[in-house]
Design a binder for this molecule. Structure first.
Ligand SMILES: Cc1cc2nc3c(=O)[nH]c(=O)nc-3n(C[C@H](O)[C@H](O)[C@H](O)COP(=O)(O)OP(=O)(O)OC[C@H]3O[C@@H](n4cnc5c(N)ncnc54)[C@H](O)[C@@H]3O)c2cc1C
Length: 387
């Protein structure tokens, strides 16, 4: 396990990344079979726990490593270079820790943070519903107040880690008629019990191995002290409060997939020969490689900039949005270009580029679609530059 320290220096970062890099060498040969079979990587997850990957951003006082967003983004990039799904396994877990750390009551922190940092609990985020994703104020899951407890009814969609997870942040409406709607929204910290149903694993294009599930609540009883922060009406604030970090994480994944696609293209183009020379000597392939490499570096710099602002406690919604937008599109473009560099083999299940091509689109959708990122970036641009 990597050692816990109060503030990680760049030397610590390098050591942690080196340790993860060595471990990933052993993971790499297992990925194709697990991914193509959509098999949960039990043994790899066990090793991730032993390595301390579940505790990375948890504060030292709760037994975590106290890693900042800049360092965490580098870890996420590294994991995603090997298999993006590994980043997904810890991401909702880290987001839940940030939520409880920022907004939880003292007793919620005491009750959950140690267990989360020790990976005794696995965190899950339940926001999206069958009829509402981007428009979160349109959710329908209702939590009815009975004094010391609530009953939840409704359903959730696309919940990552929904089967293997154990502590769920569930966004609900406690007042269906509130105006504006967000004032009637409340987040609960739920553990599974009677009336909390996991309705099934959703079959997906990519992001396989880990599960995304549909959930439903059928008169699920939950104690009032499980309201995040202890008070009704702050659920929307809690849900959007984690978005900056969420976007930095998705952007970091984008860098990882964009780099993996580039690396494979660089390697293959030196081995494959046409017309008596390696294809990397053809100018049209060189143009692709150059564009891919430039996008990787630009995306990496945007992620670093957004994460550094986040770590300084500065507003970074625009920067995180730009990083997420650019890096996810870079991943998608690089995956497509890497496939073309591989010719027919790029279409084969025997090469990893077809996986990058299936994994990349998720980053354009998750943590706020890229359409919405553009809207938010433009709004910020206007707000920060009034005439
Ligand atoms: C593999 C996977 C894993 C996921 N994991 C989780 C998870 O763990 N927890 C969770 O809560 N959710 C999760 N999600 C859900 C994800 O966050 C949503 O899919 C995403 O927010 C988009 O919502 P939607 O699917 O309802 O699309 P919609 O909101 O219906 O959007 C459809 C289209 O309309 C566009 N659009 C919508 N509104 C506007 C607007 N105002 N202006 C311009 N364009 C607009 C969107 O950009 C999109 O192109 C996951 C999704 C996937 C695919």
């Amino acid at each position: 396990m990597v050692a816990a320290v109060d503030t990680l220096s760049s030397d610590d970062d390098d050591q942690i990344l080196d340790a993860i890099g060595s471990w990933l060498e052993g993971v790499k040969p297992q990925v194709r079979e697990l991914e193509q079979g959509d098999i949960y990587p039990e043994e790899i997850v066990k090793q991730m726990k032993e390595l301390g990957l579940f505790s990375l951003m948890y504060p030292v006082e709760y037994g975590g490593l106290g890693m900042n967003a800049s360092s965490y983004a580098k870890v996420i990039t590294k994991l995603s270079e090997t298999w993006m799904s590994l980043a997904g396994i810890i991401n909702t877990h880290m987001m839940l820790g940030q939520l409880i750390g920022r907004f939880g009551t003292d007793s919620q922190k005491e009750q959950f943070m140690y267990k989360l940092a020790a990976a005794e609990l696995h965190g899950v985020l339940c926001l999206t519903e069958p009829d509402a994703g981007t428009d979160l104020q349109g959710i329908k899951t209702h939590a009815k107040n009975h004094g010391d407890h609530y009953t939840l009814n409704g359903s959730k969609m696309w919940i990552t880690n929904g089967l293997h997870g154990s502590l769920y942040a569930v966004l609900t409406k406690t007042d269906l008629n509130a105006s504006p709607a967000h004032k009637g929204m409340t987040m609960f910290l739920a553990e599974r019990g009677e009336g909390f149903n996991v309705d099934g694993k959703i079959r997906k294009l990519g992001y396989r191995g880990l599960e995304s599930v549909a959930l439903s609540f059928d008169d699920f009883k939950i104690s009032a002290d499980r309201i995040l922060g202890g008070e009704e009406g702050f659920g929307f604030k809690h849900a959007v409060g984690g978005l900056e970090l969420g976007r930095i994480n998705v952007a970091a994944r984008g860098v990882g997939v964009a780099k993996a696609a580039m690396d494979d293209a660089v390697s293959y183009s030196q081995q494959r020969k046409t017309f008596g020379k390696p294809i990397c000597d053809h100018q049209s392939i060189q143009i692709k490689l150059a564009d891919m490499a430039t996008k990787v570096e630009a995306a990496r710099l945007l992620v670093e900039q957004a994460a550094a602002k986040y770590d300084r406690g500065e507003r970074c919604d625009m920067e995180a949005g730009m990083a997420k937008l650019f890096a996810s599109e870079a991943a998608l473009e690089n995956a497509t270009e890497a496939m073309r560099v591989h010719g027919g083999y790029g279409y084969s299940k025997e090469f990893d580029v077809e996986r990058y091509y299936r994994d990349a689109p998720l980053m354009c959708i998750g943590e706020g679609t890229n359409e919405i990122q553009r809207v938010l970036i433009a709004r910020q641009l206007i707000q920060r530059n009034p005439v």
